[in-house]
Every structure is written in structure tokens, then in C-alpha cells.
Design a protein around this ligand. Structure first.
Ligand code: HEC
Length: 504
């Protein structure tokens, strides 16, 4: 195994060397114990290559975003122990693939879930442990073909690009404006999915820092959409799409809530944030849109935008003690309208390692989701169909953030220093930036009824993220002849729900 092929990132080294060692060995041990029962002779060709092809090579290939290729046995084998280690981290910062949803708590259906199954993790662990054998080369599945569209997780109908940005290696963080990005559309379209990616001229790891951000330099870009008024003058539309962040994945605007992208509009920004990756770098952003079909109109337009709940959290008076793990932060907000949460997007900075989203409704307190956090990979978790939380007005949304300022967190520049709030990537933030939509009582009831039907909820069933769904399920002891029984309005938080409505 030569130095050249296998130069571990300091990330891997940091994770390996400190806290996570114990967890990793415990986790790997447990995974192996299970794996031994499942696989006796795990091979690259038959068992591992299909996993890598499905979940890894779109990034880990020559010309892909990852610094090493897993396209062949030869290029993969030296990495086997590190692959087992990184995949075994599961939802902890540093995990591969970069998806940190905790699987043992909360909602589990996501549109953009790229995680490995438990069985895939144990297969990889067993393979690495048994010396990473090749097996029968005839079992290797045909190589995946990539054309330009393979670069995207969505199916782009339109791709626009920003100007070039230059960042000198080692320069301090930079904030500024950008030249407007024209949207060359002749008619209004509605966006179903959107993805932003950075293209830069960093091709090797030499000189590139392994701390927060990795190889990229664009750490954030907010967009303001300007579109022509009746006189053709471009004016701000007050429409938000998303805030691009370092390592961001794709966003979805599902069937009922497509976002309008007006003809001849432009994206403008006075908030570009660049952070040096250690080497002189020129980069630009590509922004891709997948549209709803022509003629489509959204059902709901009162979208919450990013910072959806009125941006609960904190960016100002933050106080992260040096060299301390597990420092909690809390923020609460009361929903003033019925709300469907479309995506959960934790936003922390370098010290952040985890965030939980909790909903408190009457006497019910439920964790909707907990995710690990790694500020090299800002992830937006888009809820799957029939999984988006439906929260009645009055719900208290509680965010819990967790910081780790020890050297176990490789994104920390220096574990000796106190960290306050701030816009720099090495300072801290604590926000939730996901998308949501506000619903009238009538719309909210209809959404819940559809959920009850889609999930075929029965009396006594409980569904996380819909505290009132249970109140819509007909009791088994329905009395014959009683057609319009009022469900206790206390149970439904004052919403008028009747059996007649429910059974329609
Ligand atoms: C979205 C793109 C993407 C996907 C998907 C992805 N990776 Fe990565 N991977 C990267 C990038 C970029 C890096 C380097 C930055 C980092 O370590 O975060 C990386 C780093 C790694 C490393 C660390 C190497 C080191 O230097 O320590 C390993 C191991 C790894 N990936 C394995 C995997 C495996 C196995 C999968 C699939 C199960 C996977 N990755 C999926 C992009 C990806």
C-alpha cells in the first residue's frame, strides 16, 4: 500500500485517533458479529462492487468529486479498512456516504436518502476484515456509465452558472456581491427539484486543508429572485429557494408546492461567502433546475421558505467552551399556522456535530428526527411522500444542537479556543433552514385525511410527525345509526372534525 495511493485525510486520522476509535471498534465488532452470521465468504466481485456502484462511484470515480476512485478492484482494495471505518460511522460526522440521519429514532422516509442499509454496512465490514478478497472476477457487475447527466442527482431541464470566484490559498473569509445570474426562460416554470454544485480547479489534495469545507471554497450563497414587473423592470419577488451551502445536496419542491421560476428573471445575491481551502482556487457554481410539467400549477403557495419556522435558533450570542464535547444549544418557536414540513436542514458551523428536531403538542413530545452534522457536507433531508410532518398551529418546535470543540471534531480549527457565533465557517451558527408550507384548517384536515388513508391507519396506530392523525381514525366501537359523531375538539386542538368528513 503506497503512500501515494493511500494518503488518509486528516479527517480520517482525526476520527480514527480520538474519541471515535472506541465507538468504531465497538460498532465494527458488532457489525462483524452480525456479518459473520450473514456472510461467510464476502467478495469484492459479488458482494461489494454492487454496493459501491449503487452508492459510491457517482462521486468516487475519475473526474468525480471525491479524491479517490472506487471503480475497480485495484483502486478500491487499498482503501478497504478506511471504507469499512467510514461506512461504519453511520450517522456520525465523517460518515460515508455523506448522509447522517439517525436510523433508530424519528421519521425514516426521505426522497433523497443515499444511506447504506444495515446489511450493506455489515457486508463491507466483513469484506474488509477478511482481507478484502476479489472473488470471481466474472461476478463483477458491468461498470456504470456516466454521461453529463450522471453528475446530477436530479434530472436538470435548465442549468445556469455563476461568474468565476477566486480565493487565494490561506486568505481570510470573504463576503460580497455576485453578478446577477440570468434565467433564460421565455415562460414561467415551476421548479420540482434544484441542485447547486461547485466546479473548481482543485484536482489533487496537495496543500488542500482537511478542516471545514474540504476542497470547496463557496461556503454559502443566498439567492434573491428578481423578475420583470408589468413595465419589464426587474424587481425583487420575495421568493426564496434555498441558501447554497458547502457540500449541499439536492432540494425537492414536491407536487403540491412547486416554486415559480419566472420568465426572464435573475438570481441576485449580496451574500456570497468564500472560505479558503488552503490553495489558490478558482470556482463557479452551477445551478440546475428540474421543472414540473408545462401547465402545472401548485396547490399550495404559502411556502415558509428557508428559515421556515421564522428561523428559530441563534447566530449571535453563542458560547461554545473550548475542548468540550456534547455542548447543547436549545431554541423554541411556536407555530402560528398549521405547517407541513417538507425538509429538515440543520445548519451549524465547524463545532456542530448533531441536531435534533422535536415537536411538542399538548402533552405529546416527539423527536421528529436527529441527524449528525459535518460542516463539510450540508445536507437537506427531504421528507418522502406521506412522511412530511403535519403539525397543527400551536405546536412548539424545539431544536437541539450539539457542539464538539475537541480535536475529535476535525472541523475545529483549534480546540484551545472559545468559539462564539459568527458568519465565519470556523465560528458557530445554530439554525434550521428547511422548507415548509403553511396550511389553512381546511387544507390541513384534507392533508391529514389523505395521510390516514395512504397509511391505512387503524385505531391505536401512531404515526410520528402527525400528532392529530390518530384523532381522525374511526373508533372501532362506532355506534350504528350515529352518522355525524363529533370527535372531541380537545383531541384535535380546536379543529372541527366529524366522522362524516373523515369517512368521505
Ligand atoms: C456525494 C458524493 C460522495 C458519495 C456518494 C460518497 N462519497 Fe466518499 N467521499 C466524497 C468526498 C468529496 C470525500 C473527501 C472529503 C471527505 O472526506 O469528506 C470522500 C471521502 C471518502 C473516504 C475517506 C478517504 C480518506 O482520505 O480518509 C472514504 C473511505 C469514502 N469516501 C468512502 C465512500 C464510500 C464507501 C461511499 C459509498 C458507500 C462513499 N464514499 C460515497 C464524496 C462522496
Amino acid at each position: 500500500m503506497s503512500e501515494k495511493t493511500l494518503s488518509l485525510s486528516t479527517k480520517t486520522k482525526a476520527f480514527f485517533s480520538l474519541l471515535s476509535v472506541a465507538i468504531a471498534f465497538w460498532g465494527a465488532g458488532r457489525a462483524l458479529a452480525q456479518a459473520e452470521q450473514v456472510h461467510h465468504d464476502v467478495t469484492y466481485a459479488r458482494d461489494v462492487a454492487p454496493i459501491l456502484q449503487e452508492k459510491c462511484v457517482h462521486c468516487h470515480r475519475s473526474g468525480g468529486v471525491a479524491p479517490m476512485s472506487f471503480e475497480s478492484y485495484e483502486s478500491t482494495r487499498p482503501w478497504a479498512p478506511i471504507i469499512a471505518y467510514r461506512t461504519g460511522l453511520r450517522d456520525k460526522p465523517g460518515a460515508m456516504p455523506p448522509w447522517y440521519m439517525e436510523k433508530d429514532i424519528g421519521i425514516q422516509e426521505f426522497r433523497n436518502d443515499m444511506s447504506l442499509s444495515d446489511e450493506q454496512v455489515t457486508t463491507i465490514a466483513a469484506w474488509a476484515e477478511s482481507g478484502a478478497p476479489l472473488g470471481n472476477p466474472d461476478d463483477i457487475p458491468p461498470a456504470r456509465e456516466f454521461d453529463d447527466s450522471g453528475e446530477w442527482s436530479i434530472r436538470p431541464d435548465l442549468v445556469v452558472r455563476s461568474q468565476d470566484f477566486f480565493m487565494r490559498g490561506g486568505a481570510p473569509d470573504y463576503w460580497g456581491d455576485i453578478e446577477p445570474i440570468k434565467i433564460p426562460l421565455e415562460e414561467d416554470r415551476y421548479v420540482a427539484a434544484m441542485q447547486v454544485r461547485e466546479i473548481n480547479d482543485v484536482s489533487t489534495r496537495e496543500g488542500v486543508r482537511d478542516t471545514v469545507g474540504g476542497q470547496v471554497i463557496v461556503h454559502h450563497l443566498t439567492f434573491v429572485l428578481n423578475s420583470p414587473d408589468e413595465n419589464g423592470v426587474l424587481r425583487p419577488r420575495g421568493l426564496s429557494f434555498l441558501t447554497h451551502e458547502v457540500g449541499r445536496n439536492e432540494d425537492y419542491f414536491p407536487d403540491d408546492v412547486g416554486r415559480i421560476l419566472p420568465a426572464n428573471s435573475e438570481f441576485q445575491s449580496n451574500s456570497l461567502h468564500l472560505h479558503s481551502n488552503g490553495v489558490d482556487t478558482t470556482a463557479y457554481l452551477e445551478i440546475a433546475f428540474e421543472f414540473h410539467p408545462e401547465g402545472y400549477k401548485p396547490k399550495y403557495t404559502r411556502t415558509g421558505g428557508h428559515g421556515g419556522f421564522g428561523a428559530p435558533g441563534n447566530t449571535v450570542d453563542m458560547d461554545v467552551r473550548p475542548n468540550t464535547q456534547n455542548q447543547e444549544m436549545h431554541a423554541y418557536t411556536v407555530l402560528t399556522e398549521n405547517t407541513m414540513i417538507l425538509s429538515f436542514e440543520p445548519h451549524l458551523h465547524a463545532p456542530g456535530v448533531r441536531m435534533c428536531l422535536e415537536a411538542i403538542w399538548g402533552s405529546k413530545t416527539e423527536i421528529l428526527n436527529c441527524v449528525g452534522y459535518d460542516h463539510t457536507w450540508v445536507r437537506s433531508y427531504s421528507y418522502g411522500e406521506n412522511a412530511a410532518p403535519l403539525l397543527p398551529k400551536g405546536t412548539i418546535v424545539h431544536l437541539i444542537g450539539y457542539n464538539d470543540s475537541t480535536r475529535a471534531n476535525p472541523n475545529i480549527a483549534s480546540s484551545e479556543n472559545w468559539i462564539g457565533g459568527g458568519n465565519r465557517s470556523v465560528s458557530n451558527m445554530f439554525l434550521e433552514l428547511g422548507h415548509n408550507v403553511r396550511l389553512t384548517d381546511e387544507e390541513f384536515l384534507t392533508e391529514m385525511q389523505e395521510r390516514v388513508e395512504a397509511l391505512d391507519l387503524q385505531p391505536g396506530d401512531y404515526v410520528i410527525g402527525c400528532p392529530l392523525c390518530g384523532a381522525l381514525v374511526a373508533p372501532t366501537t362506532a355506534q350504528p345509526g350515529v352518522e355525524d359523531t363529533e370527535v372531541s375538539t380537545q383531541a384535535t386542538g380546536g379543529l372541527e372534525v366529524s366522522q362524516a368528513e373523515v369517512s368521505q
